[in-house]
Design a protein around this ligand. Sequence first.
Ligand SMILES: Cc1cc2nc3c(=O)[nH]c(=O)nc-3n(C[C@H](O)[C@H](O)[C@H](O)COP(=O)(O)O)c2cc1C
Length: 170
Amino acid sequence: MELYEAIHARQCIRSYGDGRIPDGVVERLLEAAVAAPSAGNLQSWRFYVVAEPRLKEGLARAARQRFVGQASHVIVVCADLVTAENGYGDRGRELYCFQDAAAATQNLFLAATAEGLAACWVGAFDEAAVSRLLDLPARFRPVALVPLGYPGGTTGRRPRKPLSEVAEWR
Ligand SMILES: Cc1cc2nc3c(=O)[nH]c(=O)nc-3n(C[C@H](O)[C@H](O)[C@H](O)COP(=O)(O)O)c2cc1C
């Protein structure tokens, strides 16, 4: 799939069919994630790959979003606060690590689209509950849950504001 095609085909899909995504495919997605840019190439991110049903259910509860538990895998994307702070002080801890993690998450999404997989970006969840469930070190702040699976249905493309509303040329 061409890059532009993947960019425009991508959508958040919240319904997943049966079947476990092979580990090799999940690894390809993670390789795509870590190909993202990061401040100073410090790669202030960490990924937890969750396939165990009890943990997926726990993530769904922490997000109060049931579809999360129905995915084949849930990738928990974390910002590495310490690596970013060591490199860039306050700006690293308060900004760069989140930008790094977001760039990696979008790469993961595009790769999932190119693989014909379904994914959704889930940002609304109880961070403390996720950290407890996965026993995350304090330096890793969970910033996104990405349920992945075989598509069980699509929602249709959501409209975007026109460029004239969101972009200015100077
Ligand atoms: C930072 C962020 C947080 C989001 N949180 C959630 C969420 O908690 N639950 C959910 O179902 N979708 C969530 N989404 C997905 C958006 O609702 C979705 O991207 C938006 O409606 C546009 O639809 P599309 O991605 O299909 O183009 C989130 C997206 C982003 C970027």
